[in-house]
Unconditional design. Structure first.
Length: 446
């Protein structure tokens, strides 16, 4: 009995942790920032409790590169470990089929047989869909909290007539979840999910997969054709009980070999483990690599491909950290007004601009600025500008110059540098922008 493994309870424990994290995370805020929030209505990305303006989305490509690299790395190393252990589709199907349909409503005979439904009333079947539909509203809300933070989400829902887009999204996601989990089922994994289609291209002979041990159990299939239920081979351990087949949520027989439908849930391995434990053998369905099974060696985790992925991932992560460290705590956009220049009575040449200060920091700041041209003075504003955290402030700026080294023939635009800074934290918060100051031609001044 010592050989009996239980991947299923470990997976269920993992599902509980992932679900708890997914539900709690949107409620956690540090310095008014979320772990992850992509807010379209406020044009903000919150990442790792830091807020980024949409203008700072230069980080997004790095995030996508890291995400894809991580998926490649994980798939090369552990096969479809994501599908079996953390994919929301797998979690939802386990809750619906194993908990609601089997344990609560007894629509399936027992948890070990996912192939045959009992002859139960239409009422019970409808009830299972209704229960899941209620849970789907909660799951859809949870999903939307990563785009609309919970406090806004509930406020918008209570004023739903003014937030019909949000209500529409909530309804569509809920309906999709009901259709997907109750009717599409594992067909989603087989026919819809793009990851299922491409993952096998990332496999090599050292990738961990769910594999039937033909050497111990005996050959059941030959080139896809079933030879027998129980192998008629001397010493073959497979009893032909087909507990592994009955329990499979995607309705396959893993003894046929690795198949696209297999989501690596390892329920077949657990089922066989219970059967084999009676003979004091380990499960005939192993979570191992082809090479490890053939050579009776341990799985080779450190190989060229996995090491290369780790190296590239490390470089991309370091770049991401360095780039996010360069986050600008203020943003400044400068636009010239349509008027080229204005000449005052005392022959001061003035150029007007609109400065848009944006405080992307988590606290209030006052901003002011200098120009690099000592001939140009700030006429307006005379006082620093106060901007609340995560707010913008538009300011009319007038720069003036009396240095009238003018051209006889034409107006003279010169490029000037504006250094804007937070008066209270000049060292940390400072940005440079370029703009143009136009001097009139001599005859205009006269
Ligand atoms: S559960 Fe194990 S012993 Fe039973 S049929 Fe499957 S592989 Fe053979
Ligand atoms: S063969 Fe079926 S039960 Fe076994 S891991 Fe694959 S999907 Fe799960």
């Amino acid at each position: 009995m010592g050989c009996e493994k239980n991947y299923t309870s470990r997976r269920h424990f993992g599902f509980a942790i992932i679900t708890a994290i997914a539900f709690v995370l949107p409620f956690i805020k540090i310095n008014d920032s979320h772990f992850f929030l992509l807010s379209f209505d406020k044009s903000k990305l919150h990442l790792l409790f830091t807020q980024f303006d949409m203008q700072e989305l230069y980080l997004m490509p790095f995030l996508f590169i890291i995400l894809f690299l991580f998926i490649f790395f994980l798939t090369t190393l552990g096969g479809r470990v994501w599908c079996g252990w953390s994919c929301p589709q797998t979690i939802f199907r386990s809750v619906y089929r194993d908990l609601i349909q089997t344990k609560i409503l007894k629509i399936y005979k027992n948890i070990k047989d996912k192939q045959k439904q009992q002859d139960v009333s239409v009422f019970k079947r409808a009830l299972s869909v209704i229960i899941w539909a209620c849970l789907s509203v909660l799951i859809a809300s949870n999903f939307l909290w990563y785009f609309v933070p919970p406090q806004d989400f509930f406020a918008y829902l209570s004023d739903w007539t003014n937030h019909k887009v949000l209500v529409g999204f909530l309804a569509c996601i809920t309906l999709w979840l009901v259709f997907d989990v109750c009717f599409l089922k594992e067909n989603f994994c087989v026919y819809v999910c793009p990851y299922a289609r491409i993952q096998s291209t990332m496999f090599d002979n050292d990738t961990i997969q769910v594999l039937y041990n033909e050497e111990r159990g005996g050959k059941i299939y030959d080139k896809g054709t079933k030879l027998w239920k129980k192998p008629q081979i001397e010493g073959a351990q497979c009893t032909g009980c087909e507990a592994c087949v009955k329990i499979c949520p995607t309705h396959i027989d893993i003894r046929k070999g690795m198949q696209l439908e297999c989501i690596n849930c390892l329920e077949c391995s657990d089922a066989c483990s219970k059967v084999m434990a009676k003979f004091n053998f380990p499960s005939l369905i192993e979570w191992t690599s082809e090479n490890a099974q053939k050579t009776h060696q341990k799985v080779k985790y450190f190989r060229f491909r996995t090491i290369a992925y780790v190296a590239i991932l490390s470089v991309a992560s370091v770049v991401l950290v360095l780039m996010s460290g360069k986050k600008e705590h203020m943003l400044l956009n400068i636009n010239r007004t349509s008027e080229l220049y204005n000449i005052t009575k005392d022959k001061n040449v003035e150029n007007s601009y609109t400065f848009l200060f944006q405080n992307t920091d988590s606290k209030k700041h006052t901003y002011y600025f200098d120009t690099n041209d000592t001939n140009i003075k700030i006429v307006r504003p005379s006082e620093p500008i106060e901007v609340k955290p995560n707010h913008k402030q538009r300011v009319i700026v007038i720069l003036g110059s009396k240095n009238l080294n003018l051209n006889d023939q034409k107006d003279m635009p010169i490029t000037i540098k504006i250094n804007a800074y937070a008066v209270d934290e000049k060292e940390k918060i400072s940005v440079d922008r370029e703009t143009v100051f136009v001097y009139p031609k001599k005859q205009n001044l006269n």
